[in-house]
Design a protein around this ligand. Structure first.
Ligand SMILES: Nc1ncnc2c1ncn2[C@@H]1O[C@H](COP(=O)(O)OP(=O)(O)O)[C@@H](O)[C@H]1O
Ligand SMILES: [Mg+2]
Length: 299
């Protein structure tokens, strides 16, 4: 790929060549421990239903490095949420091995190694916004003063400082989702599991949240596994994009995003030719699969 700008230094793609490895690999000291955030080996998931077996995932092998941002993209029903649920220990593989930070998913869940933000905000309607965000801290008995400061910081981060005393049903869907994201970040987890978290947001809020999420990840070093239907969203956010194909869900291709380091990305990238090149690469991979790529947004 040629650099499109006269001055490569100042372009969003300028630093890309040597910067496509996962951030964590780049940052890790020689000989330092680098246990994968997620390590899935030959994972299969079969659901038994009244109308027979549903083979949701087949031979899925995937490693996510600490601090790495990996998106899963693919048509509806290809097993993205199923894979997330296995990582989050909400279900278990039929066969194959799955570890999270070198532990069983169950152990990682009990150790609070990750925060979760799924499509439905899942807020407690009887608690205020501030009390929803502070819930994980309260459960872990963080001192009240510390909790208050952290909740204020999180609400500021998601642009909801003025709504701390509101109840969830007084907020729009998008605002509720931002509360859920703030809650997922409350304990500065080593990993975030996000299943279409921005699906309900308007386009402008969505772009702001994407940039915000990258900033938060750069700040906290958290790994992210992110499910989306949006190709541009996957490209903008990720170090690598995992393209899945349906029936049974398999990994069709894993594409390295040859872009600026994800901690350096800003809105300028959305107008950079390297960004469009990566969108094309992901789109072609999805369409290469078959007509099965229906249901994936290209906007
Ligand atoms: N608990 C379940 N019982 C039976 N089938 C399920 C269950 N969960 C998911 N499936 C099926 O597994 C497949 C993958 O679903 P899912 O992971 O939700 O896909 P995606 O998130 O990619 O849209 C679908 O065919 C779905 O109907
Ligand atoms: Mg899903």
């Amino acid at each position: 790929m040629t650099d499109p700008t006269p001055n490569g230094e100042s372009s969003a793609s300028g630093a890309k060549a040597a910067e496509t490895r996962p951030r964590a690999e780049r940052g890790s000291p020689a000989g330092g421990t680098n246990t994968a955030a997620v390590d899935a080996a030959h994972v299969d998931k079969v659901f038994a239903t009244s109308s027979g077996e549903v083979h949701a995932l087949s031979d899925v092998s995937l490693t996510v490095a600490p601090g790495e941002f990996v998106s899963l993209i693919g048509p509806s029903g290809c097993g993205k949420s199923t894979l997330m649920r296995l990582i989050a220990d909400l279900d278990s593989p039929s066969t194959g091995e799955l570890s999270v930070f070198g532990k069983t998913p169950d152990r990682a869940r009990r150790d609070q190694d990750y925060g979760i933000a799924f499509q439905k905000a899942g807020l407690l309607p009887w608690r205020t916004v501030a009390d929803n965000v502070g819930l994980p801290l309260q459960l872990h008995k963080a001192p009240a003063s510390q909790r208050k400061a952290r909740v204020a910081e999180l609400l500021e981060m998601v642009g909801l400082s003025d709504f701390s005393g509101h109840y969830p049903d007084q907020l729009s869907g998008g605002m509720q989702q931002r509360v859920a994201i703030a809650r997922a970040l409350a304990e500065k987890p080593r990993m975030l599991l996000m299943d279409e978290p921005f699906g309900a947001l308007d386009e402008m809020t969505r772009e702001r949240m994407q940039t915000e999420l990258l900033r938060i990840c750069a700040e906290t070093g958290a790994a992210v596994v992110f499910v989306t239907h949006s190709i541009p969203e996957a490209v903008y956010l990720s170090d690598r994009v995992v393209v899945m194909s349906p029936r049974p869900g398999r990994i069709a291709e894993v594409i390295d995003m040859e872009l600026a380091d994800s901690s350096q990305r800003s809105d300028a990238l959305r107008e950079d030719s390297s960004y469009f090149d990566m969108i094309t690469a992901v789109r072609e991979s999805l369409h290469g699969g078959s007509s099965a790529s229906r249901g994936v947004e290209t906007r």
